[in-house]
Ligand binder design. Structure first.
Ligand code: TYM
Length: 330
């Protein structure tokens, strides 16, 4: 058992999709067999964009069920809802006071909003609430509260984890060695999983493959993957095909090599390649889907697991808050 702590979070803003799974959860779950693991549902982070309590609650269950169904090792892991641990609100306030405003101005998600507003001629801060603007501080609080060493995330979250490290360094320089310095871990070939249209798979582009779509919907989604117009007997570059790029994460080495050769030698059409991809993902998800469906129809069990996780997370978090209070307030 390693003494490194692995941590990651996910916003309950929609059904978890294949990009979330491959970008962060596949490796978190693998590492949970040999590491202390902290997994949480970042419901406070959802609040800057989702303003309906029922929706947040429903997605919170879906995400908890997803993480458990995919096999998080609960002997070594805790799973909880971010908002259930009071210490998070405290650390957020403490960190506000060591975080330079300039750092927030550089955050990709805030800058993307500024650019969108500039393009449409709107006020620069149109649609930007303080939850969005200070998002990286709350995320740093998540990471530092539980003494995380390694944070598996997709490439889109790398900057946020680096900010957490920067903020920890500012703090430690001012107040002594209070925080561990976390590091992002981006999966090989999984930093940016493409969606149905070839752009990054993202709820906001409506191009996702939900992990637990019913079989018929999964098939439909996969058949909708956008391709170029090459004919079956034309050679194709597998590395530019979403079909191959997704297949790589679910198949074994011999299967990957085989599909690669079929692409390169013009021995397969996109329609048949999509069928192979569907079969592979569908069989991979078969047993987890059953566990997921069971948990979603037993949300009382999820409530218990989340409550137990919150109690254990609180015990860790309160110790961190004690150290921070002593350092900042004496
Ligand atoms: P969120 O909810 O947007 O996504 C959850 C995780 O999925 C990854 N991801 C992807 N990875 C590869 N390819 C994609 N197409 C793709 N789409 C999503 C994300 O990078 C992320 O790792 N701010 C975070 C949640 C969070 C968090 C934290 C993460 C809150 N506190 C502390 C780590 C540590 C977010 O919005 O992720």
């Amino acid at each position: 058992m390693s003494d490194k702590v692995i941590l990651t979070g996910i916003k309950p803003t929609g059904m978890p999709h294949i990009g979330n799974y491959l970008g962060a959860y596949k490796s978190l779950i693998e590492m949970s067999n040999s590491h202390k693991t902290v997994a949480f549902i970042a419901d406070l982070h959802a609040l800057n964009s989702v303003h309906d309590a029922k929706t947040v609650k429903q997605h919170t269950y879906e995400i908890a069920a997803f993480i458990l169904a995919m096999g998080l090792n609960m002997d070594n892991a805790i799973l909880f809802r971010q908002s259930d641990v009071d210490a998070i609100y405290k650390l957020n306030t403490f960190l506000m006071n060591v975080t330079p405003k300039g750092l927030m101005n550089r955050a990709h998600s805030y800058k993307a909003m500024l650019e969108k507003n500039a393009a449409s001629g709107d006020d620069p801060d149109n649609g930007v609430n303080m939850g969005l603007y200070t998002y990286p501080i709350l995320m740093s609080a998540d990471i530092l509260l539980y003494n995380a060493d390694i944070v598996p995330v997709g490439a889109d979250q790398k900057q946020h984890v680096e900010f957490a490290r920067d903020i920890a360094e500012y703090f430690n320089r001012m107040y002594g060695n209070v925080f561990r310095l976390p590091e992002p871990q981006i999966g090989v070939d999984a930093g940016l999983i493409p969606g149905l249209d070839g752009r990054k798979m993202s709820k906001s582009y409506d191009n996702t493959i939900p992990v637990f779509a019913p079989e018929s919907e999964l098939r439909k989604k996969i058949m909708r993957i956008v391709t170029d117009s090459k004919l079956p007997d034309e050679p194709k570059n597998p590395d530019e095909s979403t079909i191959y790029l997704l297949y790589k994460h679910f198949a074994n080495a011999a299967e990957i090599k085989n599909l690669r050769e079929l692409f390169e030698n013009g021995k397969i059409g996109y329609g048949d390649a999509k069928k192979i991809l569907f079969e592979k993902i569908n069989s991979y998800l078969d047993a987890p889907r059953k566990r997921y469906e069971y948990l979603m129809s037993h949300t009382d069990e999820l409530d218990k697991i989340l409550a137990d996780g919150a109690a254990r997370a609180t015990a860790i978090a309160n110790k961190t808050i004690e150290r921070v209070r002593r350092a900042m307030l004496g």
